[in-house]
Write a new protein. Sequence first.
Length: 522
Amino acid sequence: MRKYQLFLPINTEIFIPEDDSVRLLDEILDQLDYSQLYNSYSRLGRNPSITPKTLFKVLVYAYMNNIYSTRMIEKACKRDINFIWLLAGEKAPDHNNIARFRTGRLAPFVENLFSQLVAILGEKGEIAYKNLFIDGTKLEANANKYSFVWRKTTEKNEAKLQENLKNLICEINEQYQASYEVDNKISLETVDEIIHLLENHKNLMRIEFVYGKGKRKNPIQRQIEKLIEFKYRQQKYNEHNELFQGRNSYSKTDTDATFMHMKDDHMRNSQLKPGYNVQIGVEGEYIVGVGIFSDRSDQLTLKPFLENLKQQLPMKYENIIADAGYESEENYNYLETETQNSFIKPSNYEISRKGSFKKKINLRENMKYDADMDEYICHNDKRLKYISDTKRKSKSGYESKIKIYECESCEQCSFKEKCTKAKGNRKLSVAEDFIKYRDKSLKNIISEEGIKLRINRSIQVEGAFGVLKEDYAFRRFFTRGKANVKVEFILLSLGFNLNKLHKKIINNRLGISMFESKAQAA
């Protein structure tokens, strides 16, 4: 057997290169304020086996190196020289300790720690709080693929249950001369009252309930059992309705997750799977903001994402650059109110550049507009006159003002089939505020600055997602619940930012926040 000589003390310092990323992580994370995290621990009793600051460093370094499992992190702390150096003599944490810290202790404070890192990058001149590139992606939740609850199915089954319940109550009203209302939705309190009434009758008549095969149940027993079953099912539907929160579905194994189409699902058929809509904001190739949403649409995420960013960061961004999925009057109005420049690509931008778009005579964009008379002129030189106003409410509750125009006469018009399917005159709905905001954003994106920003949006924010999904192989969350999922992705973003800073230092690219287009580079 080979013999080994152990020399003490063991100095791991000599094994870590001077330009290693673990040294940069240790230096940067030492500058953060951990007072809020430390205050969450009780001063009574024994101290934790590993200090929260060191455990936080270990977690971030693990996510820097594509290690997400708590058991694999525990193994790395015992075997990997960089993790051992980072522990600085402290005891290696076990997987339970790591899991409790990640999903319990860290959740309320991780966003503050992340914001502190962004502020440090700002002090180093890496972030200027000028151009914020926003995009989102769908990431699969740690939930069973077949644990779905659909809102339409729930509503359909609940309606059937209520109908059967009303029929039973009508029968009870007639049999016991009661007067329970059946016009509205039957509440659980009403069901309890009816059960109490039937039990009183049962006691008065001294009826004994029977169970098992060959036993004949009394009508009162059947009615009470039906009411108890109705009550149980209605409670279940009430729980479902509370958990939907405006969504069309949720997962039983992770109730915050919504069933969404995933681009890279294993079946290659865009099947619905439980997931989260992950939003990030990027500047200078660094992730500066993270948002986790249960909404499938990016449209509803922009305002809450920017509101949260405004609270977390020391400064507000000047320019907001996003793709067509974020376009809405509410988002335009919000940016206008916040005095932030909108560089949102209109949803019809690509199609409007095609020749076929101009041939569609039914579109408002292809009609002449008489500003003095406030009238549109169709392809047949007929005038569409303003007739009334209406309001349109979005899913978030935002109200848009809509003006309705109607053609003076569509009779015997040779273009009517191409213009409208209506039997009467053509009507046109126009959201003037939305058109004004869209035109302003369009001018911004086709300007020289806008073209450069659009190029950088596709490189920086879409590139960040590409790195996280492919290089970091992060395509599915390991924890459950929106709060825990956010902790995971912020840890991933912390690792991403520190790796990016390290690469910029190595490649001498510090201070470079924008990529030049080929024409500008030439």
